[in-house]
Design a protein around this ligand. Structure first.
Ligand code: BGC
Length: 750
């Protein structure tokens, strides 16, 4: 291991001059559609709105009735046909026909693979474009702060850096197809309890207020939105909750201050549905579009406010420019398809969906290599649990009904995508059984213990492999009441485990689950986290169970032994106080020395890896194949918005080798955790890099991770700047947030 101490940097970095990375790299990108820079798009938008009357400009600022979830109205006089906005984040939502139900956000994040983040987003973007939809209402980048939050499945887990990388490549994948991405819900929408209020008095709604400090805001909750802005997102949706007692959609600090000011965001801000409750304050505080728009707070309502001087016309011009610019930015002025929501544009997206589905599944326990199953030996398979089979209620359900049961492909609410088809594990296992001559028996009524018990005396039961499928659902609008499995899943596992020495549990869950009631049972020899796996669930899980695919997904949150170990929870009163600050999830477990059941970043493989040769050097991009050049090329698009701060410039390159020392082709996710000097007041370690590396047996490869200035900075609340602290920064390369999994250690000094 080579440790290279470097003396440099320090001081405030947000003002340091930087060469334009855009100039350097835009030449290398070959876009599928004609994309533009923000400067070009804004100039085109300005010349378009120059021909509009005040009424017409105001008309753009509120949704109108139409066929889409959100509709920006047309202006026939100037041949403007309006915009169609539709839900996502994991496919084309809102009940349209012919839509691929992709793996959800929490599942793609668990792949820890940027190429897969991007490929899934490209496929989603193509379906949006094919249907003529202008805006995809995703990604959802709120942090998994509360394990019980009903919408955790839409987001990317508990870590801001991992969420930020997902936000970035989602935005890029979708916008490369000419579809405007919409990062949501801005900001601190980490619970749905009181998210938009319950009636307290006649016209007075209780809406929860997320109360947090400036450092926490910057380092945790703003981080993934900042990554969306850098990626070049055209739109951001403000949330319905309050932040420090002011509604998100009329919060001058978060909208004009942080987003449009500090981050230099040039796109529009639109409300979450009915997230705004008035006219002048939201507009002056930075809101650009009211959705769905039937409340008459904005749109034509703005005209008299401009005429009486309450709202300057320059603000209306700014709003209209921000509404039109993204259209030019992603090239929607050139041959964009007309809106037809039921047009079949799924093509072969099941292939990438199956790929990401299995890549995001996480092997948590594998005693004596019980997995993968070998179908020439493991011929008796017993399957238990309603979550193995198809739901009783059809695939349309967006909300939970206890009688429905069945495998879960996604969670519920506006993020639910009505799948054109979905293949459950039982069906896929049956097909495998036919092909490989397996003896399969199943019970999906998991409360029918008479039938379940009967299987234990079945002739084929001796030496059987028992697959127990459990699930946990959640949906928008309601937070979970607990972290246990649906329909007494724990009892099902224990009943089977008491009788079957080779019990393998498959956990089909929206987000965190408490596994403690059964995970230590000696007969539970395998646990596979199947996550929120999309409509290719069945084939994907069979690929893993029988070794056609070697699992490599990693947890995007910790699984605690006690629910209280998380230290954060849903607030049932009007205030949600983020008093934990930046000590969330593994940062909190480190601080209080709490051992979780499974650590953030954890996941097993059918093979093993070794790590070697850590080197830390200052970034340089002299060579176009250098890690730094490749890092930039991967990110570069005409529509990026890096700002002028140099914050996203690479400053260090960390290299090391990984070798596959086992017998299977497989992948490891190298995770870079950074330890900061005391001055930064940071947790023990923070995730600041990762790369999923796929290797043949015996193959070894050099991996290079790049740290940007922002990655090594902390938010200084006094200076109001990102600062690189003086002193020693420790670099740990690990395979999870467990300190015992650290493979390499080095440092650099600033
Ligand atoms: C959700 C948003 C969604 C919107 C439109 C709201 O209730 O919070 O995420 O995009 O509805 O369906």
């Amino acid at each position: 291991m080579l440790i290279t101490p470097l003396l440099l940097l320090c001081v405030a970095i947000c003002l340091s001059p930087t060469a334009s990375v855009i100039d350097d790299f835009k030449a290398n990108f070959q876009p599928q559609v004609t994309l533009r820079t923000w400067e070009q798009a804004i100039a085109m938008a300005k010349s378009f709105i120059a021909q509009l009357t005040l009424q017409e400009k105001c008309h753009l600022t509120a949704g109108v009735r139409g066929t889409c979830a959100g509709n920006i109205g047309s202006l026939p006089r100037v041949n403007f046909s309006g915009f169609c906005l539709l839900d996502t984040p994991s496919g084309v939502g809102d009940g349209v026909l012919y839509s691929t139900a992709f793996v959800s956000g929490i599942h793609i994040a668990a792949t820890w693979d940027r190429d897969l983040f991007y490929q899934r987003a490209v496929a989603i973007g193509k379906e949006f474009r094919g249907k003529g939809v202008h805006y995809a209402l995703g990604p959802m980048v709120n942090i998994d702060r509360n394990a019980r939050h009903g919408r955790n499945w839409e987001g990317f887990g508990s870590d801001p850096y991992l969420s930020g990388e997902n936000a970035f490549f989602y935005t890029q994948g979708v916008q490369d197809q000419g579809v405007v991405a919409t990062a949501k819900h801005y900001i601190c929408n980490e619970q749905d309890t009181h998210r938009s209020g319950v009636m307290k008095g006649a016209n007075d709604a209780i809406v929860y207020s997320a109360n947090l400090d400036d450092k926490t805001m910057h380092e945790i909750y703003l981080w993934p939105f900042a990554s969306s802005v850098v990626a070049g997102t055209g739109s951001i949706m403000c949330s319905a909750n309050e932040i420090n007692d002011t509604r998100a959609c009329q919060n001058n600090k978060t909208q004009n201050g942080l987003l449009k000011g500090e981050l230099g965001y040039m796109g529009n801000i639109l409300t979450d549905w009915m997230g705004s409750k008035s006219t002048v304050d939201p507009v002056l505080s930075g809101l650009d579009i009211d959705m769905p728009g039937n409340d008459e707070y904005m749109g034509y309502t703005l005209v008299p406010f401009v005429q009486n001087g309450s709202i300057p016309e320059s603000r209306i011009d700014d709003m209209a420019t921000r509404i039109i610019a993204p259209y030019y930015l992603v090239g929607q002025d050139q041959d964009y398809p007309t809106v037809d929501l039921d047009r079949d544009t799924m093509e072969n997206n099941y292939i990438i969906n199956r790929k990401v589905s299995r890549a995001g599944m996480i092997l948590l326990k594998n005693v004596n290599n019980i997995l993968p199953l070998n179908s020439s030996v493991n011929t008796n398979i017993y399957i238990y649990g309603q979550a193995a089979g198809q739901t009783n209620c059809g695939l349309e359900q967006t909300s939970w009904n206890a009688n429905c049961g069945g495998a879960l492909y996604q969670g519920g609410g506006s993020g639910f995508v009505r799948p054109a088809y979905a293949i459950d594990p039982l069906t896929a296992l049956m097909q495998k059984g036919r092909d490989d001559r397996l003896q399969i028996r199943y019970i999906t009524n998991q409360n029918d213990f008479v039938s379940i018990n009967r299987t234990f005396s079945d002739r084929g039961f001796q030496n059987a492999k028992c697959l127990v499928f459990i699930s946990a659902w959640s949906e928008e609008g309601i937070d979970r009441t607990d972290l246990y499995a649906f329909d007494n899943g724990e009892q099902l596992v224990l009943t089977v485990a008491q009788n079957c020495r080779q019990t393998i549990v498959l956990v089909n869950s929206v987000s965190q689950l408490n596994l403690e009631r059964w995970v230590d049972h000696p007969n539970v020899v395998g646990v596979l986290w199947t996550g929120m796996p999309g409509s290719e669930y069945g084939p994907a899980v069979v690929d893993i169970l029988f070794g056609d695919y070697n699992p490599g997904g990693k947890l995007v949150f910790s699984l605690a032994k006690n629910d209280s170990d998380f230290g954060t929870d849903i607030s049932s009163i009007g205030d949600s106080n983020y008093t934990e600050g930046v000590f969330l999830d593994y940062r909190h477990f480190d601080k209080y020395n709490i051992t979780p059941r499974y650590y953030f970043g954890y996941g097993l493989s059918y093979t093993n890896f070794s790590f070697d040769k850590l080197e830390i050097s200052q970034a340089n991009d002299d060579d176009k194949n250098s890690p730094v050049s490749l890092y930039k090329q991967r990110r570069m698009r005409p529509y990026n918005n890096f700002g002028h701060s140099g914050l996203y410039d690479p400053v260090y390159t960390i290299t090391f080798t990984i070798k596959n020392t086992g017998n299977y082709y497989g992948s490891e996710v190298a995770q870079l955790y950074l330890g900061f000097p005391v001055q930064a007041r940071e947790p023990l370690k923070i995730l600041r890099g990762f790369e999923r590396v796929y290797l043949e047996p015996n193959e070894s490869r050099e991996v290079a991770l790049v740290l940007s200035r922002k990655d090594i900075s902390y938010w200084n609340v006094v200076n109001q700047q990102w600062i690189v602290a003086s002193g020693t920064h420790t670099v740990w390369i690990s395979t999870s947030a467990n300190n015992a999994d650290i493979k390499l250690q080095g440092s650099f000094s600033v």
